[in-house]
Design a protein around this ligand. Structure first.
Ligand code: ADP
Ligand code: MG
Length: 250
């Protein structure tokens, strides 16, 4: 799954990241590399800074200190740079945020046309290809409200993939779903991982972490407190905070 090798250049590289909201320090010296093809699962208690970390990667939040490099391109907040970098990063949130007045296919076509300048024909053909991949090609001309939450989230994943991102970020993509709909979304994510997509996934689904992660990163109190293989981190956490977090999960 992982194309990681000592010589590979990280696709995402974060160094000395500090993020403050006013006087409140939310990230305090985070270093993180994500290598091409790697699946990194980010876990940790609520308020640890996981969402903020993801939002910093695609520039939705501005870092206070440190540097972020995406595929060798340093993230600055100049409009040209941030748009170029954002177009290389797909993001999937807890809430699916599909446009309710547009069909499923149109939702997936819009940014392809506006941002990538693809023709309607090209954009639709890519949309159908991706809908097929997430098992929803028969829903292309349906409206989001007629879909279940799990189906809507699969459409949101297809919409992010339509931009041909270098890396996909997921922020608790199954947390808003009824339990019986979680599996179909995780299944799509596992297939993406197997196909070699570079992914950073914030989730509380420990089975997903165990099965799909190349590396589990545990955050607590504004910092990365532990990282390693799923087995290392989930079964033999070495830090006190890691042990405490995992104890309260079981
Ligand atoms: P997690 O995703 O791990 O639960 P978050 O990154 O959402 O954690 O939040 C980390 C901390 O940052 C929390 O204390 C939260 O209240 C604070 N925070 C997040 N976003 C903002 C914001 N826009 N303004 C002020 N504080 C924020
Ligand atoms: Mg969060």
């Amino acid at each position: 799954m992982s194309a990681q090798s000592p010589s590979a250049q990280p696709l995402v590289s974060m160094r000395g990241i500090v993020k403050r909201f006013g006087d409140n320090v939310v990230l305090d010296g985070v270093d993180l590399d994500v290598f091409p093809g790697e699946v990194v699962v980010l876990i940790g208690p609520s308020g640890a800074g996981k969402s903020t970390l993801l939002r910093c990667i695609n520039g939705l939040e501005r870092i206070s200190e440190g540097t972020i490099t995406i595929d060798g391109d340093e993230l600055t907040y100049a409009e040209g740079t941030i748009n170029r970098i954002r177009s290389r990063i797909g993001m999937v949130f807890q809430s699916f945020n599909l446009f309710p007045h547009m069909t499923v296919a149109s939702n997936i076509m819009m940014a392809q046309r506006d941002v990538l300048g693809r023709s309607a024909k090209e954009a639709r053909s890519r949309a159908l290809e991706l809908l097929d991949r997430v098992g929803l090609v028969d829903k292309a001309d349906a409206y989001p409200e007629s879909l279940s939450g799990g189906q809507q989230q699969r459409v949101a994943i297809a919409r992010a993939l339509a931009m041909d991102p270098a890396v996909m970020l997921f922020d608790e993509p199954t947390s808003a779903l009824d339990p019986e709909l979680v599996g179909e979304v995780l299944h799509v994510m596992r297939e993406l991982a197997t196909a070699g997509m570079t992914m950073v996934v914030v989730t509380h689904e420990m089975r997903f972490a165990r099965r799909a992660a190349d590396r589990v990163v545990l955050m607590a109190d504004r910092q990365i407190v532990e990282q390693g293989t799923p087995k290392e981190v989930l079964e033999h956490p070495s830090s006190e905070r890691g042990q405490a977090f995992l104890r309260q999960l079981s």
